[in-house]
Design a binder for this molecule. Structure first.
Ligand SMILES: NC(=O)c1ccc[n+]([C@@H]2O[C@H](COP(=O)([O-])OP(=O)(O)OC[C@H]3O[C@@H](n4cnc5c(N)ncnc54)[C@H](OP(=O)(O)O)[C@@H]3O)[C@@H](O)[C@H]2O)c1
Length: 261
């Protein structure tokens, strides 16, 4: 085994689950977290070196609990080299049809949960002479689309936060990687919230046709290993980042007509 420890949130399904398998295959010690302990147990059992997987259930929405969770996570292997902030929830509703409680919930899980967890682990990493904080945002962290207003806001906020943090901690041997997925074939649309706070419960076409999650995990692993600062992983939708950057008016017109599910 490598003497390296990675902590992955949102590891009970989708991207986090695929990352757990990949890091285990690469002989890392892996801590897997999310709310669903039974699902985490199944993920652990399917890892190549399951004896080197530890389960730490947590709810990113319960901000007051996260500092203790970070302490517990650190104690599991005596250190953490890489924190992967992957846990999160998406949105499938128009801004005008989304109640404030739902908007705040998305911000609390996707933005504040990620920030509080990262700030809880950072001082320990610094005292341990370094580490890597990886945050999964989204292409909608780079541009907005229909039905994603609060989700896009939370993911944009993560970019601002972690870009700032990177410039503050680089000299403490902390690297910050932001990963922006496009359409990846996971349950993200099934779990996404609609305007009244309920789960959408259905799979979007774009997700069905999206990148296979194992292919995504492979690419993300490479980006983490080479300590990329920011990476876009997906299909042709990633060109949206460049169209928005160089032709913002054109991009805006395209987005008006875009059929987003
Ligand atoms: N799939 C895509 O196309 C896509 C595109 C762009 C960005 N992303 C981002 O990728 C990340 C992973 O999503 P996914 O596609 O793998 O979707 P997913 O299959 O729905 O997985 C989401 C994960 O987040 C966890 N989670 C949700 N709420 C949580 C909470 N309150 N506390 C702790 N964990 C929580 C879930 O676990 P529990 O239910 O067990 O808590 C689950 O493990 C998310 O940040 C998402 O925004 C995905």
């Amino acid at each position: 085994m490598q003497n390296k420890v990675v902590w992955i949130t949102g590891a009970s399904s989708g991207i986090g689950e695929a990352l757990a398998y990949k890091f285990s295959k690469e002989k890392y010690n892996v801590i897997i977290s999310s709310r669903n302990e039974i699902a985490l147990q199944k993920v652990k059992e399917q890892c190549v070196f399951s004896e080197n997987i530890k389960i730490l259930p947590l709810d990113l929405e319960d901000l007051d609990s996260l500092n203790n969770k970070a302490n517990e996570a650190w104690e599991l292997f005596g250190k953490i080299d890489i924190l992967i902030n992957n846990g999160g929830i998406s949105q499938r509703s128009l801004a005008l049809e989304t109640n404030l409680e739902t908007e705040q919930r998305i911000m609390r899980i996707d933005f504040w949960g990620t920030v509080v967890l990262s700030k809880s682990i950072l001082p320990k990493m610094i005292a341990n002479n370094g580490g890597q904080i990886v945050t999964v945002t989204s292409l909608v962290g780079k541009f907005g689309t229909k039905f994603r207003s609060s989700y896009s806001a939370a993911k944009h906020a993560l970019h601002g936060y972690f870009d700032s943090l990177r410039s503050e901690v680089w000299d403490k041997n902390i690297s910050v990687t932001i990963v922006c997925p496009g359409f990846i074939n996971t349950n993200v649309s099934i779990n996404a919230l609609v305007g009244n706070g309920k789960n959408q419960g259905t799979m979007d076409d774009a997700q069905v046709k999206g990148m296979h999650v194992d292919v995504f995990a492979e690419k993300m692993y490479n980006a983490i290993s080479s300590k990329k600062e920011e990476v876009y992983i997906g299909g042709k939708e990633i060109y949206g980042v460049y169209i928005k950057r160089f032709f913002p008016r054109l991009f805006s017109k395209m987005m008006r007509k875009q059929k987003v599910t």
